[in-house]
Design a protein around this ligand. Structure first.
Ligand code: 13P
Length: 250
């Protein structure tokens, strides 16, 4: 497989600055011999401090969201220009918590995806179905729609900077992980959607991460699946002891 494993930590709304810096320092030290691609996404308020720690290391700095707009009257929003100014290299967009708690729709997420790419940021586009959608047999349909709408207008060339993260909503923070077979089925299906949109080469090169209660105990079996190219980890990314083993699974 030519695709590189990409392990990312989404710290969500956790850690004050001192804690974030401490964890980032531990990760820089313990991952310096790591063979994979790594990223951490602290809260906006900790990006600047964590940027100083990861600078020059093999850990990319990610943001968890960004505005659809570059600047202006958007109280409470954070722009792509502000992220880039701090040294942010990648941005998580369309996370299920943004979709379902904060009601971001595919059109809004697509606008963010295109803006981030236009400014040269890497994008981790999250997709994934709710439990009721899975139970209604609609998991593939939901993932296809989120992929197509999220990437509308994104060129094949820009796909070099796009990662898809499949995060079944019922597996996030619940301790219920998708089985390796269930994850593989959606990853393979999504790669097929990408092949239809962009051709086989782009689809084969695109990293598709799995997210949802991933931990050291289940990472090996998930990452062994042919279309599972990495992980987007929430809870287990909050401590070096639980994140490092996932990073070093393979
Ligand atoms: P958990 O690993 O806590 O289930 O979170 C997954 C996730 O949402 C990462 O973005």
């Amino acid at each position: 497989m030519s695709r590189q494993y990409y392990i990312a930590g989404n710290w969500k709304m956790n850690k004050v600055k001192g804690e974030a810096v401490e964890l980032a320092k531990a990760l820089v030290e313990q991952l310096k011999d790591g063979k994979n691609k790594y990223m951490i996404a602290p809260s906006f308020t900790n990006l600047d401090a964590v940027a100083q720690v990861v600078k020059g290391s093999n850990i990319l700095l990610g943001a968890q969201n960004m505005s659809t707009e570059e600047s202006g009257a958007h109280t409470g929003e954070v722009s792509v220009l502000m992220l880039k100014d701090l040294g942010v290299q990648t941005v998580i967009l369309g996370h299920s918590e943004r979709r379902h708690i904060y009601k971001e729709d595919d059109a809004m997420i697509n606008k963010k995806v295109k803006l981030a790419l236009a400014h040269g940021l890497e994008v981790v586009l999250c997709i994934g179905e709710l439990l009721e959608e899975r139970e209604a047999g609609k998991a593939e349909q939901v993932c296809e729609e989120q992929t197509r709408k999220g990437l509308a207008g994104v060129s094949a060339a820009d796909m070099a900077k796009v990662i898809i993260a499949y995060e079944p909503v019922w597996a996030i923070g619940t301790g219920k992980t998708a089985t390796p077979e269930d994850a593989q089925a959606i990853h393979q299906f999504t790669r097929g959607v990408l092949a239809d949109m962009y051709g086989k080469d782009v689809a084969e090169q695109t990293i598709i991460q799995y997210g949802g209660s991933m931990k050291a105990e289940n990472a090996a079996a998930l990452l062994a699946q042919p279309d599972v190219d990495g992980g987007l980890i929430g809870g287990a990314s909050l401590k070096a002891e639980t994140f490092i083993p996932i990073c070093k699974t393979y």
